[in-house]
Design a protein around this ligand. Sequence first.
Ligand SMILES: *[C@@H]1O[C@H](CO)[C@@H](O)[C@H](O)[C@H]1NC(C)=O
Ligand SMILES: *[C@@H]1O[C@H](CO)[C@@H](O)[C@H](O)[C@H]1NC(C)=O
Ligand SMILES: *[C@@H]1O[C@H](CO)[C@@H](O)[C@H](O)[C@H]1NC(C)=O
Length: 364
Amino acid sequence: MLGAIHFGVLAACFVLFVPMAMAGWHLSRHKMLFFSGALFISLAVCVHLTPYFPSVSDIVASVSSVVVYDHRVSCINEVNQIVWDVRPRPRNNNGSSKLDYFEKNWDWVRSRKVQSCEFQKLDKLDVSELLNGSWIVVAGDSQARFVALSLLGLVLGSGSEAMGSVREELFKRHSDYSIVVKEIGMKVDFVWAPYEKDLDDLVVSYKKKNKFPDVVIMGSGLWHMLHVNNASDFGFQLKELRSHVELLVPVRTKGEEGGGGSVSGRSMHMFWIGMPVLINGMLNTDEKKERMSDTVWHEYDRSLGESKILRQMGGPLVLLDVQSFTWNCGPQCTLDGMHYDSAVYDAAVHVMLNALLIESNQTL
Ligand SMILES: *[C@@H]1O[C@H](CO)[C@@H](O)[C@H](O)[C@H]1NC(C)=O
Ligand SMILES: *[C@@H]1O[C@H](CO)[C@@H](O)[C@H](O)[C@H]1NC(C)=O
Ligand SMILES: *[C@@H]1O[C@H](CO)[C@@H](O)[C@H](O)[C@H]1NC(C)=O
């Protein structure tokens, strides 16, 4: 594979530098363009002739697999790139909640790179197909609960009757919740796990039972910040969690890839729900205002990075960047400076699903 990369780089250098060297010899601009055009065409001809030369076609095949692989990796890196459009609603609402004063829309950034990844908001049908027969676990604190709510809203229809009872059950304080969506044989567990140690215990329990969910979405930090208030301890707990997760994520075997259908039956996919931006002045107790300061928040964020639990740091979990979503959605999107409008968690779910499509090597 390295040979293939070298070959590609060499070819690119050829096209780029040979004409530049010629320009150094006082060729006119037109001649230079001619030369680089000619070089490009001859390389293209070579590429098209390769099927007749097996060894070269191997090289070309591996170049293209490198490109596809790179595309997947780089799209995972771009999947959190969303922008918000938050504007006041025309004054016609019943004033049920201050959050309703603003209309919140979001979409992926319209940059060339992000557009090439073709991210999309999935509808109920897409999601049914993708998550058909899978076991999904959402674990963590209240942020995770909102993510679970958004996910179920997408699967069941947010205005549906079923969703009404889900909401009621899910928000019985501090308890676990489990539901099977029969139509698509999908199981969703919400596990109340406000501390990193709870997440760790959960992960270890899957290992013990040797039964693994298809997708695990987890996140915590706010409880630790409020009740322990020690960023280095938070980092320590995350490192423990990371080491157990790494034991558990099965080795990805190449043979399993490909084929359509759902994400189940393949390797486990894991996500981390990032910490929201905390708007100190809006926090609803003095204790929170004091302990959950910006300084402490940043210390916790640094510990998260240093724990190397996230994919971008070489770890196993793909980040759902709630920090950037909440920052960009802004103060209009929260009432208590900590929990945000459902639009934020909907965005996190769509980001997760798009990452899942990339991870499980599927297209819709
Ligand atoms: C207030 O809410 C009711 C019921 O949801 C609705 O029928 C009505 O049109 C709303 N009024 C305004 C001014 O939006
Ligand atoms: C779910 O999978 C089952 C079995 O593979 C299939 O029969 C069914 O049509 C699928 N349902 C959806 C909604 O994709
Ligand atoms: C913070 O946690 C670390 C690691 O657990 C511990 O060594 C340290 O003593 C704690 N600091 C305080 C002030 O409790």
